[in-house]
Unconditional design. Structure first.
Length: 333
């Protein structure tokens, strides 16, 4: 079967570690279901894997990909309500609750311990299968499993998020990325006041079109302090995030594309009782709620570009360059 995979790791030139080619079909573990993949999206997690962050050379070759949309070629095991021919998306965190693996197994995301989703076929625990939202294309639905789940959890999760409510205000750092575009649309649909930052005038304009009430350049003073800040940028925006949240508010971080060693701003954090919350994707229950929200509100994840799997190197290069708005998708025949 065709797959997009890390043949090795290369910290300085991640594209040099990327390969597209035929790999042997995967053995299906007990309690798992096979999926014929139609689309997946490129995430920063894939780039970090190629760089050797979270994936060692001894674990390669490793099929990449942490989300997907596809079709079930056969009925899955268990009472999933799905059947052969169903269009599905998948929750790709494995080991958090023992579904499909031994109890107590350390949590991982597909492409870390188990093969990822960038292949003609992939597989997940049957309990992680969900029907594709009927309003979305395959490429749009493929965006939900990583970026959109992360954004949903950052905003609304009781355990790993800001726990915002309608009428609250939120600052989203860095317009254009998958998480930030998702958060902008979800927050607007939920009745929040949404502020977004970006260095790009064009991206600020597009963020406003998605529902941002106001947009700003990096580090700009806001009209007022916000209830929560969502920061996936890291070092470049951290000080602004801490200064922009109200006393007692929450800053949620899910990534560090500009570096992970900012000044901590500890005096401001403890003096103003600011809560710092880390987030990696979300729970299976969060994913189920996200799917209902997206369908009921008729939200459509922005797709920046679509590439055939054969052109994976170009797709990855586009994400590495950073000049994207929304998600870059890969399709499989």
């Amino acid at each position: 079967m065709q797959a997009v995979y890390a043949a090795s790791v290369n910290a300085s030139d991640p594209l040099a570690a990327l390969e597209v080619g035929d790999v042997p079909p995967m053995e299906l573990p007990a309690g798992w279901a096979r999926i014929a993949v139609h689309a997946t999206t490129v995430n920063h997690h894939d780039i970090w894997s190629l760089k050797g962050v979270g994936l060692s050379a001894t674990q390669t070759p490793m099929i990449l990909g942490t989300d997907m949309c596809g079709v079930l070629p056969e009925d899955p095991v268990g009472d999933t309500g799905l059947h052969a021919g169903s269009e599905v998306v998948a929750y790709t965190v494995v080991g958090s609750d023992g579904a499909g693996v031994l109890p107590g197994e350390r949590r991982s995301i597909l492409s870390e311990r188990y093969p990822g989703t960038m292949a003609t076929t992939t597989q997940v625990p049957a309990a992680n299968l969900f029907a594709k939202p009927a309003n979305l294309s395959a490429e749009e639905a493929a965006a939900l499993g990583t970026s959109w789940l992360t954004a949903y959890s950052m905003l609304f999760s009781r355990e790993h998020g800001a726990q915002v409510q309608p009428g609250d205000s939120v600052l989203i750092q860095g317009a254009g990325g998958g998480v930030s575009t998702a958060a902008t649309m979800l927050a607007h649909a939920a009745g929040l006041e949404v502020f977004v930052t970006s260095r790009s005038d064009a991206k600020r304009s597009r963020a406003a079109a998605l529902g941002a009430h106001a947009t700003f350049g990096p580090g700009a003073r806001l009209p007022h302090k916000v209830d929560a800040v969502l920061d996936s940028v890291g070092s470049a925006t951290w000080s602004h995030s801490i200064k922009s949240v109200r006393p007692g508010g929450t800053v949620v971080t899910c990534g560090a594309t500009s570096g992970d060693q900012p000044g901590a701003e500890l005096t401001r954090v403890f003096f103003q009782d600011i809560r710092i919350q880390g987030n990696t994707m979300g729970s299976r229950e969060d994913f189920a709620r996200l799917l209902r929200f997206v369908e009921h509100a008729d939200l459509h994840p922005p797709i920046d570009a679509v590439y055939a799997a054969d052109d994976a190197s170009a797709a990855f290069g586009r994400v590495i360059a950073g000049d994207v708005f929304g998600k870059v998708a890969l399709t499989f025949a």
